[in-house]
Design a protein around this ligand. Structure first.
Ligand code: HEC
Length: 227
């Protein structure tokens, strides 16, 4: 909010609807930084998304089981397989889950994914040094374009096309996005080329859409209380 908590406290005290809300939540109308922190923390804890088509399939059975398969359309299923499987000669895989781990598809550490260099004249975000960034969870990713830290991609198709054939070499490029053969022989860094087919790109997009939790998005508790 671009202000220290103490300033927020006095600001909230001057807005008529806040003291009654604090009384409802805490028993007295006093607005303290501790109460502000507790209220915000409790709101964030309530934001649990668990009713996407992918969640329903995961609840039905482990990936690959007949019950999991029955719960997810074929194209999304293919996308999920590609998302998880390692790319390699002959094998079909996009290796996404090497960075986007677990059922929330989050990256544990910042990574450099070989995005094309920006115009350095502008104020460029260096991330956690060397243009490494953390990946946010991919839950509900389909409803929140644009993508990447600088919003450079307008669609999920553009994101997948980046990973497929636009990863650029740089000294900090993540190992998982380098051509494996070079990693083994120690030659100059060459970025990976997944060579996905159109159907495989569609499948990855379909899988990302299966992470959309409509019930969560429509939950009135999380909607704008001022509108
Ligand atoms: C080397 C690790 C790595 C791999 C492999 C990887 N990603 Fe990412 N992904 C990231 C990071 C880091 C970001 C955030 C980059 C940024 O903000 O600039 C990201 C961002 C994204 C985003 C945008 C999220 C948002 O809200 O802006 C999507 C969608 C995505 N990845 C999907 C995929 C898919 C699909 C694959 C497989 C084809 C994949 N990723 C492979 C690390 C990886």
């Amino acid at each position: 909010m671009g202000m220290p908590l103490e300033r927020l406290q006095s600001k909230l005290e001057q807005i008529d609807y806040y003291p009654p809300l604090f009384r409802e939540a805490f028993g007295s109308p006093a607005i303290t930084t501790d109460r502000v922190a507790r209220a915000l923390a409790q709101f964030v804890r309530a934001l649990v998304s668990h009713r996407s088509p992918y969640d329903r399939a995961r609840a039905a059975g482990p990936p690959g089981s007949a019950t999991f398969d029955a719960a997810l359309p074929e194209l999304s299923r293919l996308g999920h397989r590609l998302f998880v499987a390692e790319p390699g000669q002959g094998a079909r895989g996009a290796g996404c889950a090497r960075c986007h781990v677990s059922d929330v598809q989050i990256s544990l550490s910042p990574r450099n994914i070989g995005l094309a260099k920006q115009d350095l004249a502008q104020d460029v975000d260096q991330g956690a040094n060397d243009e490494r960034f953390k990946a946010p969870s991919l839950r509900n990713v389909a409803v929140r374009p644009p993508y990447m830290h600088d919003g450079r991609f307008a669609t999920l198709r553009e994101v997948i096309e980046h990973y497929d054939r636009q990863v650029e070499a740089n000294p900090f490029l993540d190992m998982t996005l380098m051509d494996r053969r070079v990693a083994v022989t120690g030659g100059p860094v060459r970025p990976i080329r997944l060579e996905l087919t159109e159907r495989e790109i569609d499948a990855l997009i379909a899988f990302l859409h299966s992470l959309t939790d409509e019930a969560f998005l429509a939950d009135r508790r999380f909607s704008d209380p001022f509108s």
